[in-house]
Each structure stands twice: as C-alpha cells, then as structure tokens.
Ligand binder design. Structure first.
Ligand SMILES: [Zn+2]
Ligand SMILES: [Zn+2]
Ligand SMILES: [Zn+2]
Ligand SMILES: [Zn+2]
Length: 492
C-alpha cells in the first residue's frame, strides 16, 4: 500500500479514515466485484491502462462501490493522491495501481481490528522508520482530537486521556512507540478502538461500548463522578447501559452482565442482574416510591426485566427475575450453560469476514454453550443485517442487544447465519426474526434449508421490504409469526 509521500500534499488523516469506514460499513457491494468493471468487457474498462487506472476511473470506482452520488471531492482527491506512486517522474501520469486500490479497500472492508490498527500506524509513521517518535506521537494526539471532534465527542477531557494512553502503549518506556506496541496497546485500549470505530476482541464479560450523548446528568459507574460536557460525554454499553468516562474505560470497569450460567446446576434459577445508576426520578418496583436523585449513581436497574429499584430495595424479595414484558422472547442467562464436548462441525456460510462458527457460542476456555430453554417461552433468534435500512439497521441491532440476551442477536455481516442457527438447532420452540432487505431474507431462508434444524420453521415470509427501496427493513417470522408480540425495536 502506498503511503502519502509529499508533505505538501494534503494527506489522508484519521477523519478521512473514519469517514471512509463509515461509508464502507453501509455499502453493500464488494470491492472485488466493482473492480471487475475495469476488466476488458467492463463498464469502466476505458479508464484502465495496463495495471493502472486514471483519476476519473478512481472517482467512478468510489461512486459505484460506495453507491453515493455526493462523495466529497476533496476526500476523493486525497485518496487518489495517497495511492499515487512515489517514483520520481511518474507523478504527472496521474494514475494509480489497481492492486493498491484493491488492497486498501479490501482491508477496510474485511480487515480485522489488528490489521486496521497497523494501517493507522502507517498513516502516522511519516518517515516510515517503523517507530513513532515523540513528534509523531504528538501528531497522533492532535489528529485524534480532531477525529474525536469530528465524531461529536466532548474533547475537553480527552487530551490527557490520549496522552496517558500513548504513555501506556509505549510498553518499554523507550519514548518511542513501535508497531507491535501500538497494535498490542491499541487492542486493549477502549477509547482508541471506539474512536477509530474498531470492534474490540469479543470476550465474555466485555461491554459493547458506544460513545453517547446524555441530555440529563449521568454518573460514571467506575469513578462515580458526573459525566461533563455538552457533546458526547462518555461511553455507554449497548447491552447493560453501564456508563463510564472515556478515561475510566481502561480502569477495570465491572464486567458486562453474564449471558450464561456457569453450570447446568444453575440453569432454571432466575435472578435479577442489577446495574447501578441512572434511575433518578423513576418509580421503585419494590416499594413503589420515587427514586430520588442522590447527585451520584442512583438506584439499580435489572438488565433482563428492566425494572428499577432503590439500592436498598434491590436485595429484597422477590429476587426472582420475571424477565418482564418480553419474557416470552428472552433467552435469559439461566437458560444457557457450558458443556465440554467436541465442537460441532458446521458448514461455513461462505461470507467473507465471518468468523469461524466454532468460536462463537463457546466460553473463553473452549466449552460449548447449550440451551436449556425456559418452559412456555418462545425465544427469538434474531438476525440483523446492519447494512440494511441505512442507519436503521445498526440501531435495530443495538436495540435488540439491549432488549434480549446478546447471544440471541446475530450480526449477519460479522457472523453470518451459521452460528445462530447451530446454537438454536436443538430447540423445539423458538422463532426466527430477520431484519434486513429482501436479499437478506432469501439468504436466511437458504441457510435454514441447509442447517438441519430439529424443527424446521415453516417458511412463512412477510417481507415489508419495498423492492424499489432495497435498503428498507423487512422481517421473516419463523414458526408462528405474531407481529404484535414482537418487541418494538424503537420502543422502551
Ligand atoms: Zn469515571
Ligand atoms: Zn455491558
Ligand atoms: Zn430482573
Ligand atoms: Zn424502593
């Protein structure tokens, strides 16, 4: 991959990187398919000269690939320049190598966080000597502030956080940061990963962080002081609503809520999982009195039934969790337990970027998770295509991760349908909900056919997707489809 070589040329910066990632997150095409347009019989063939394409060809590539009419002209130019070969004398040619373009966009499309961190490192290592010296580190910090500002983060507290972060990343205290230090440190650094839009290593107990704006006073679950600022003030976990300052995210926050119990003996024992804070002025489910604000973490809410109580009421009876209004749809932690056995051998779904099926739905020590369903419930197996419906797809994904057990909710782009179907395979009573466009629905129906399910959900499709608007969201009900009982993805 070529890197910017002319200091006078406006270089790609982290905001460009974040912006591009954002475009790519919502595009439905694959780089390799669009690049085929440059083949001899392709629509863009006239822009290809040998191994290179011209600037107009590059612009058309972006337009076709990202499906946007109004891609920023200056960003397009910066990208094109960044691909230009640095060989002297060739600069006038105004052409770039197709394989550089392909490599770059494939990385953004499919790359793992590690690869992307490595890429970000190369953006900053201006002299290309493989280490970031102090001026380059200062530059990272300045650029990160710029990126955070672009994303609407409140940056007033961010600079010291970033400084501390870079010091921590320099593991051998040499004053410079090597590529290895950057990648290792970065993979464990929550604010940096969230800032760059990268997913953390999925571990059990890992919160699903998102930067969030709060329009009422909220308090940090780690240091207990208020989150300040006018813009996005802190990180909030999508699943359990645990909330922290950016600077506190690396200070050993309590783990995210359990998603399964430790052994079969513990199954069938429903218990609330309380998370402190942010219940101000709500009614206590136990004593029915208002939960008064204490200018700090106030009250507790249960991750499963979403009821709220005074701190002192949380330990009182009933300690049994009903799972609330969505009881019929939830697969609570006490319905999932680990067993030691051979990992099931599942046919891969062929989606690039999908993880190995056997790695999902296992415990960190490699035990396979099994379901022992709660009687008289019909847990939902949810598949969401976050690229469907523009921004809506992602919002739907987050909402289900909050309303249900995250283990019931599958991101089709990262996981494909395989792991979810094999996890639910032995159940008798469950429903499948697909959130995506018509193409997604067909994909899942096909996967259901191939999945050897014990109970084959009758294929009762109701697509609310309008064919003229392929990005709209539609749904397929497995088994009995009762729309009225589906959780409202926008509600709560
Ligand atoms: Zn804090
Ligand atoms: Zn959490
Ligand atoms: Zn509860
Ligand atoms: Zn109470």
């Amino acid at each position: 991959m070529s890197s910017p070589t002319h200091p006078e040329v406006k270089e790609l910066n982290p905001v460009d990187f974040i912006q591009l990632q954002h475009y790519i997150e919502y595009c439905r095409l694959k780089v390799k398919d669009v690049l085929r347009e440059f083949d001899a019989d392709g629509r863009l063939a006239s822009h290809r000269h040998g191994e290179c394409i011209d600037e107009e060809g590059f612009r058309l590539f972006l337009k076709t690939y990202l499906e946007v009419e109004d891609f920023p002209v200056d960003l397009c130019q910066r990208l094109f320049l960044s691909f230009q070969n640095s060989e002297p004398g060739k600069e006038d040619a105004k052409e770039v190598f197709l394989k550089d373009v392909s490599c770059y966009f494939s990385l953004l499309e499919d790359g793992q966080p590690r690869d992307k961190l490595e890429f970000a490192f190369k953006l900053y290592d201006r002299d290309g000597n493989g280490v970031l010296d102090s001026s380059e580190v200062d530059r990272i910090i300045a650029q990160m502030m710029h990126a955070a500002d672009y994303l609407g983060w409140d940056v007033s507290e961010l600079r010291p956080v970033l400084k501390d972060m870079m010091t921590a990343i320099d593991a051998d205290s040499s004053g410079t940061v090597s590529l290895d230090e950057w990648v290792e440190g970065g993979m464990n650094n929550v604010p940096l990963l969230v800032l760059l839009g990268l997913k953390m290593t999925q571990q059990d107990g890992q919160h699903l962080w998102r930067m969030k704006h709060f329009n009422k006073p909220v308090y940090c679950n780690v240091c207990q002081s208020m989150l300040l600022g006018l813009r996005k003030q802190g990180l909030c976990c999508t699943c359990c609503k645990y909330t922290v300052h950016g600077r506190c995210a690396n200070r050993n926050p309590a783990p995210c809520t359990r998603t399964y119990v430790k052994s079969k003996k513990e199954t069938g024992v429903p218990a609330h999982d309380w998370v402190s804070g942010n219940c101000d002025s709500r009614k206590c489910e136990k004593c029915q009195k208002k939960i008064k604000s204490l200018q700090g973490l106030t009250g507790k809410h249960c991750v499963w039934c979403h009821s709220m109580r005074h701190d002192e009421c949380a330990d009182q009876e009933p300690t049994e969790c009903s799972c609330g209004a969505l009881r019929d749809h939830i697969l609570p932690p006490w319905a999932i337990y680990p067993v030691i056995k051979e990992r099931p051998n599942i046919v891969k779904n062929g989606c690039s970027g999908s993880v190995d099926d056997s790695e999902l739905n296992t415990t960190p020590d490699g035990q396979v998770l099994q379901i022992s369903p709660v009687e008289n419930t019909h847990p939902l197996l949810v598949f969401v295509n976050p690229k469907s419906g523009g921004k809506q797809g992602e919002r739907v994904l987050h909402k289900f991760q909050y309303l249900l057990n995250p283990r019931q909710v599958n991101n089709l782009i990262t996981d494909g349908p395989g792991p979810g179907l094999s996890f639910f395979k032995t159940l008798q009573n469950y429903r499948i909900l697909v959130c995506g466009g018509d193409g997604t629905v067909g994909w899942i129906l096909d996967a259901i056919d191939k999945a050897n399910l014990v109970v084959r959900p009758p294929r009762r499709c109701a697509s609310s997707g309008d064919r003229k608007r392929p990005r709209s969201l539609s749904a397929v009900g497995g088994r009995v489809r009762r729309r009225g009982s589906d959780p409202d993805p926008e509600g709560h």
